[in-house]
Design a binder for this molecule. Structure first.
Ligand SMILES: NC(=O)C1=CN([C@@H]2O[C@H](COP(=O)(O)OP(=O)(O)OC[C@H]3O[C@@H](n4cnc5c(N)ncnc54)[C@H](OP(=O)(O)O)[C@@H]3O)[C@@H](O)[C@H]2O)[C@@H](O)CC1
Ligand SMILES: Nc1ncnc2c1ncn2[C@@H]1O[C@H](COP(=O)(O)OP(=O)(O)O)[C@@H](O)[C@H]1O
Ligand SMILES: [K+]
Length: 480
């Protein structure tokens, strides 16, 4: 599991490390890590390679200057552009000068040409000590840097992203790699397109025992979380999932959702609704009936994909939400909930676990008072006010539970932006809920599996949400 932290948490641990080791030692470790990352990525021979440092007035700029001094020591041609010459980190500046680096101010007429010809650009404008948007001079330099095809390396985080939320306001450095110190900042997981590859270097800071602000599943953690059938397993022991989906207008939603569940885990899927014949035609292993009341016992329900929003659909949703088992509500089910919030409130009062899986438009329907500009804050707030675990779909899917835990999904690709892929996701997560995974874990593991399946389908050159089925379980002995 990847764990990410707030600036406040990082600062608390940094203070301990500073008291023990001193700031010069920490900065030396940090800047050496940046230099080492550059040296590893730049093809040999290194002497003469053109490196530009964008240097702000804080310690982030200090890191960049010391990193430049290390690289100069390898023979690279290093130029620093200082945003606030009079307030630049004195030790870093002296170190670069001693090493033979060139130091210019940000408005030097030669600056744009130097940036344009750079092979490596190191962003030391701001780190965790500043909040975007960047001031004009900084934004100008970063805009020039982003227009080059140099290797772009961010020190601690790309200048321009908000470290605790990943929000980008105004210009932001577009990093190929971010070398971050002490622990991964939450914003680096959310603003993945700006952060590039994130390399975490402890530099003597130990986050052990600190509760992560946000977690993210990995292939390794998924393998540990997913239930493997025991030797004595039978078709009932892993948990049955009930699916209420589809309508005459949307028969495919039922087939896609059941497919997601069938292909996630062995066991049994019970479909209940008007598309029983279509479901069994594609998934003979599913048990299909016309009404959920006839479906028999299940350990979790999925309700909503393509079910319609009027008449009988409302009756079905009401019936499912009256059950004690965990219920995942998706798509049309969410649209009904938006019009009938009392249904959700009743479930909360009864203490029954619920998972909601909206995309942005559905989210705004169900939670009209919650702005989506800060997506992490939004999903947390939605979980808090609804008492449900909320999975907010998107390029970076975010999940929060009512207890305050949050997760971000790191797998997937824009391949998944295809009709019906959300229907598959609901079946995947429902299947994991039925297996007994707690809602946050079921949603995180399901989103990760779904994302990996999308990546594999893309690599295989396939199109269409149904292509996800064959890629959900690539490794039959485990998962992944
Ligand atoms: N503590 C340590 O020993 C260690 C710290 N480490 C490193 O230090 C970093 C934190 O350093 P920090 O606290 O100095 O803050 P930092 O991120 O450089 O930003 C502050 C500067 O930004 C400026 N600024 C503010 N707003 C701005 C804006 N909108 N647009 C443009 N500029 C703006 C602001 O200027 P001012 O407002 O004061 O004029 C101020 O000068 C951390 O990320 C890590 O890299 C590591 O080396 C490990 C050891
Ligand atoms: N640009 C994107 N990058 C990565 N994943 C995406 C992107 N756009 C959508 N997705 C994912 O694709 C799925 C789409 O779900 P949804 O919007 O419900 O589609 P549908 O209603 O057609 O089934 C979600 O899992 C979402 O996270
Ligand atoms: K930076």
């Amino acid at each position: 599991m990847i764990e990410a932290y707030t600036v406040e948490q990082i600062r608390a641990v940094e203070a301990l490390a500073l008291a023990r080791d001193g700031d010069a030692t920490l900065m030396r470790r940090a800047s050496f890590a940046v230099a080492a990352e550059v040296a590893e990525r730049v093809p040999a021979p290194h002497p003469g390679r053109r490196v530009v440092l964008l240097v702000g007035s804080g310690n982030n700029g200090g890191d960049a200057l010391y990193a430049g001094a290390f690289l100069r020591g390898r023979g690279m041609a290093v130029t620093a552009l200082l945003l606030s010459p009079e307030r630049t980190h004195a030790g870093g500046r002296a170190a670069l000068r001693r090493a033979g680096g060139r130091i210019l101010t940000h408005d030097d007429p030669a600056g744009p040409g130097i940036i344009a010809r750079a092979e490596v650009i190191i962003d030391g404008v701001v780190g965790i000590g500043a909040t975007p948007p960047l001031r004009a001079a900084a934004a100008e330099l970063i805009g020039q840097a982003n227009a080059t095809d140099a290797l772009r390396v961010a020190v601690d985080l790309p200048s321009g992203i908000e470290p605790d939320t990943g929000q980008v306001r105004g210009t932001c450095f577009l990093a190929d790699v971010t070398v971050t110190f002490g622990g991964i900042k939450v914003g680096l997981l959310i603003a993945d397109q700006q952060a590039g590859t994130v390399v975490n270097v402890p530099i003597g800071m130990d986050m052990t025992g600190r509760p992560a602000e946000v977690i993210a599943m990995t292939d390794g953690s998924l393998r540990q979380v997913l239930p493997a059938p025991a030797p004595a397993a039978d078709k009932y022991s892993g948990g049955l999932v009930g699916v209420v989906a589809g309508s005459p207008g949307y028969p495919g939603a039922a087939v896609l959702c059941v497919g997601g569940a069938v292909r996630t885990r062995p066991g049994m899927v019970r479909y209940a609704g008007p598309q029983a014949a279509a479901v069994v035609a594609r998934w003979p292993e599913a048990v299909a009936v016309d009404s959920p009341a006839d479906a028999g016992t299940v350990q979790a329900w999925v309700v909503g994909p393509g079910m319609g929003t009027e008449g009988q659909s409302i009756t079905l949703l009401r019936w499912v939400l009256g059950r004690d088992e965990p219920v995942l509500v998706d798509a049309d089910g969410l649209t009904i909930l938006a019009a009938m919030p009392a249904l959700l409130q009743a479930r909360r009062r009864a203490g029954q676990p619920t998972v909601l899986t909206p995309h942005d438009r559905e989210f705004s329907r169900v939670f009209p008072d919650i702005e989506l500009d800060d997506r992490l804050a939004a999903v947390r707030r939605a979980a808090w006010v609804s008492g449900a675990t909320v999975l907010l779909k998107g390029h970076r899917t975010l999940i929060a539970d009512p207890g305050g835990q949050a997760a971000v999904n790191l797998s997937g690709s824009s391949w998944l932006a295809t009709a019906g892929s959300g229907d598959v996701l609901s079946g995947v997560v429902g299947s994991l809920l039925a297996a007994g995974l707690p809602p946050l874990l079921a949603a995180s593991a399901g989103a990760f599996l779904h994302g990996r399946a999308g990546q594999r389908a893309q690599r295989a050159g396939l199109f269409g949400a149904h292509a996800l089925w064959d890629h959900l379980r690539a490794d039959p002995d485990g998962i992944g």
